[in-house]
Ligand binder design. Structure first.
Ligand code: AMP
Ligand code: MG
Length: 373
């Protein structure tokens, strides 16, 4: 018997605890022994990564092959969608001339269709065209000087879906300055695909964690559900544990990758409605059926704050930590409270959200390719 390992390295937003009581190998019903095979690929999407496959102990080679394939999926999506690589499809789009169709992979296209729907459903809080604004604030960080009103309005004008048309095979760029940043959605999409490739190995359980955003299926050895600890954005350690079955969890926050200008800290998430860094939440943790949905809404709720709960689609649950004059506030949806392994702390607010079933307003053009966010 070995001690229980923690999947995620220190510093990631969410820690997954594999086995609660410290058992690594647990007998299965067939008298077989199940083990968790772990893989920690280096530097995936610029962050820590942990892949886990539950497998009968005599089939560990099968698990290793499945984990290798899942890693390949993550690296492929990164190479297509990274804003930081000059050879990615996103970089090709940025450098393309206006008026031409830039052919992209089906994956990038699927992400773009999902992002376009998310733009509408989040009330324009989630906007992958906001790259000119992100670049302006990164530049301001380097110069240690806030952008001027003129620069802000120019960057907002350049950030627009009006400059983009999606076709069945690619993206048409109408405006020369239009560019994309898929940093708020690509990781979730990649996690879903990697998990799908683990599922194809017909394992009893699996988990993909990239930088604290994760998705899982099945169970741990012994049939126990996966447990996810949510890290406190302000203090060491975690403050909540969730029991997750066949779902995904993503966390966004203003404490990650901050911008600092004249000693003042700003979020790396932009409110596209104002062009200013978001300040509605210290952190937003979202649980959803897929990682791409969780990723989108964690970023969107960082912009919208708890008012965004009314917009959440059915089955999407959230916790927001906000910092106000009177200290920190913890506000969650009733469905999030139900995922906690312990009673909800008394100082948390559980907001009965006013969400309604969101009408499915997909167009014929998009319905075949879109992942519903
Ligand atoms: P996440 O950690 O998933 O919240 O993603 C944050 C990243 O998404 C940022 O580093 C930007 O690359 C990008 N981003 C920032 N603001 C927005 C926004 N309002 N909508 C979509 N993506 C954004
Ligand atoms: Mg996100």
């Amino acid at each position: 018997m070995k001690n229980c390992p923690l999947i995620s390295a220190a510093g990631v937003l969410v820690l997954i605890i594999l086995v609660i009581i410290g058992q690594w190998q647990i007998s299965m019903d067939r008298g077989d022994t199940a083990v968790v095979v772990m893989h920690h690929p280096d530097d995936v999407m610029g962050t820590n990564c942990a892949l886990a496959a539950v497998v009968a102990h005599h089939k560990t080679n099968r698990a290793k092959d499945a984990l290798d394939r899942a890693e390949e999926v993550l690296r492929r999506i990164e190479s297509q969608m990274s804003s930081w690589r000059d050879d990615s499809e996103v970089a090709r789009f940025r450098d393309a001339e206006a008026g031409s169709e830039i052919r992209v992979s089906p994956d990038t296209l699927a992400v773009m269709y999902a992002a376009r729907t998310a733009f509408e459903r989040t009330g324009q809080a989630f906007d992958v065209t906001c790259r000119p604004q992100l670049e302006l604030w990164r530049q301001a960080d380097q110069l240690d000087q806030e952008p001027t009103a003129a620069q802000l309005s120019e960057a907002r004008l350049a950030s627009s879906w009006a400059g983009i048309h999606l076709t069945a095979t690619g993206i048409v760029k109408h405006e020369p300055r239009t560019s994309l940043d898929l940093g708020g959605i690509a990781k979730g999409y990649a996690i879903d695909l990697a998990l799908q490739s683990l599922r194809q190995a017909e394992l009893p359980g699996g988990l993909v964690d990239v930088g604290g955003d994760l998705a899982c299926f099945g169970t741990q050895p012994g049939g126990q559900p996966w447990l996810v600890d949510v890290k406190d954005p302000d203090l060491p350690g975690s403050f909540a544990r969730l029991q997750i079955v066949d779902r995904a969890v993503a966390t966004s926050g203003d404490y990650a990758r901050q911008i600092e200008i004249a000693g003042k800290r700003y979020s790396h998430i932009i409110d596209p409605r104002t062009g200013l860094p978001a300040d509605a939440a210290r952190s937003a943790t979202v649980v959803a059926s897929t990682a791409v949905i969780a990723d989108i809404w964690a970023t969107a709720l960082s912009v919208l704050g708890p008012d965004g709960f009314d917009r959440l689609p059915e089955g999407v649950e959230a916790l927001i930590i906000s910092a106000g004059e009177h200290g920190r506030r913890f506000i969650c949806t009733p469905g999030f409270r139900d995922l906690l392994t312990a009673p909800m702390p008394e100082d948390w607010e559980c907001r009965s959200d006013g969400r309604t079933q969101v009408a499915d307003n997909r167009t014929e053009e998009s319905s075949s390719q879109e992942q519903y966010p």
